[in-house]
Design a protein around this ligand. Structure first.
Ligand code: HEM
Length: 371
């Protein structure tokens, strides 16, 4: 039976790339780890400089501005990324780590005190939103607004652009040390950023870091409910928290594909991509490449080495990775220290239904009882 999380398995065994179709456009997916790394690194021939086109389905109807820095190549990408990178590295700070651990520990405590909860809407979604208030350094009450946008800020939510425009205006009149004020004040090539640029940065921050984190968090909870002994492995050795974090990112790989456009035409494997054609970097397939990963279909909590590329590879590697890793590690720590077992009462997988494949990316609902 096809593993719903890895619909590319059969194709991967036959050919390094796999034909897929989005709105009638052929977008070959790069499937193997080695090919994918090579493609992601070669930004001159596999470009991100195409607004609305870095996702296989165009997002033209969902937002009005280019996302920054993801929809750019160097030198623009390099310069914009350098502006925001220090903010995205805040999760490496010891005080930030302690605060996140305390937040997640208290949320796990609440789960223990409740009869049964939906781990998606009552745990992972509020957790991701409350954690994001820490990253953006804004009041925690903002999380209540973001929760209303659902699991994905663009496909399910409404009002992101109006919200970010308001926040930049508010930060203009009352500057602080939050993300919006930082972007208002920062100097870029001798000038301030335009509202459109600032919103482009905020847009990918809200959209990129939402369902990805939620899907990994809910998948972790369901995994421990279905594998009763696994919490013990975490408790046995503190190092297993870090290896398990990487392994869940590899195994869940919540982002199925990000596209690149070939400005001059290119070759992937044996296939020629015409000038203007796109390819999809299929992270979950590369992360199951059986020529690289032993027991690729299994969660191996102490897997070392683990050369997964769930957070991307090359110049666009995930800016939110420190935040995502901290959330996942803090969750694993809390589960191993505070929870004896998790009972799964019911689960509804979250499926990505495309013309050429169907893939499980997480859960739409997972009712569980913690004890
Ligand atoms: C488990 C959670 C996450 C996964 C699996 C993930 C995955 C990825 C991947 C694969 C890329 C590379 C895109 C490319 O090559 O074009 C990426 C880039 C990015 N991610 Fe994440 N992401 C996660 C969480 C987050 C979070 C929490 C944020 C922000 C709050 C975020 C913000 C970004 C941004 C801004 C980029 C673009 C970086 C650039 O273009 O230089 N991500 N992410």
């Amino acid at each position: 039976m096809t593993d719903p999380r890895d619909p590319f398995k059969e194709a991967r065994g036959k050919c390094p790339i796999h034909s897929t179709e989005f709105n009638g456009e052929d977008i070959p997916f790069v499937l193997g780890l080695k090919d994918l790394r090579k493609t992601a690194k070669d930004w001159q021939n596999f470009s991100s400089d195409h607004p609305f086109k870095v996702v296989p389905h165009t997002e033209e109807k969902m937002r009005s501005m280019r996302q920054i820095p993801i929809e750019m190549d160097p030198p623009d990408h390099t310069d914009y990324r350098a502006l925001v990178e220090p903010f995205f590295k805040r999760p490496n700070d010891p005080a930030y780590i302690a605060d996140m651990e305390s937040l997640i520990s208290s949320m796990v405590e609440e789960m223990l005190a409740t009869d049964k909860v939906d781990a998606v809407h009552e745990f992972a979604l509020p957790l991701q939103c409350r954690a994001l208030t820490r990253l953006l350094n804004v009041p925690e009450s903002e999380a209540d607004i973001w929760k209303e946008w659902g699991l994905h800020a663009l496909t399910e939510g409404e009002g992101l652009e109006e919200y970010t425009a308001e926040q930049f205006a508010k930060a203009e009149s009352q500057p602080g040390d939050d993300f919006f004020s930082m972007l208002n004040q920062v100097e870029f090539r001798g000038r301030n950023l335009t509202l459109e640029e600032k919103q482009g940065i905020a847009n990918v921050t809200f959209a990129g870091g939402k369902d990805t984190v939620i899907n990994v968090v809910s998948s972790i909870i369901v995994y421990f409910a279905e594998n009763k002994e696994a919490l013990k492995t975490l408790r046995e050795n503190e190092k297993n928290i870090n290896t398990a974090c990487e392994e869940f990112v590899r195994y869940v790989s919540p982002l199925t594909a990000i596209a690149r456009t070939c400005p001059h035409g290119a070759q992937v494997g044996e296939q020629d991509i015409p000038a203007g054609g796109r390819v999809g970097l299929c992270w979950p397939s590369a992360n199951r490449d059986e020529t690289v990963f032993e027991k690729a279909d299994e969660v191996v909590l102490d897997r070392i080495p683990n050369p997964h590329i769930g957070f991307g590879f090359g110049i666009h590697n995930c800016l939110g990775a420190p935040q995502a890793r901290l959330i996942i590690r803090s969750l694993l720590k809390s589960l191993s220290e505070q929870v004896k077992s998790i009972e799964l009462i019911s689960a509804v997988p979250r499926m990505e239904n495309e013309e050429s494949y169907t893939r499980q990316v997480g859960y739409d609902q997972a009712v569980v009882k913690f004890s």
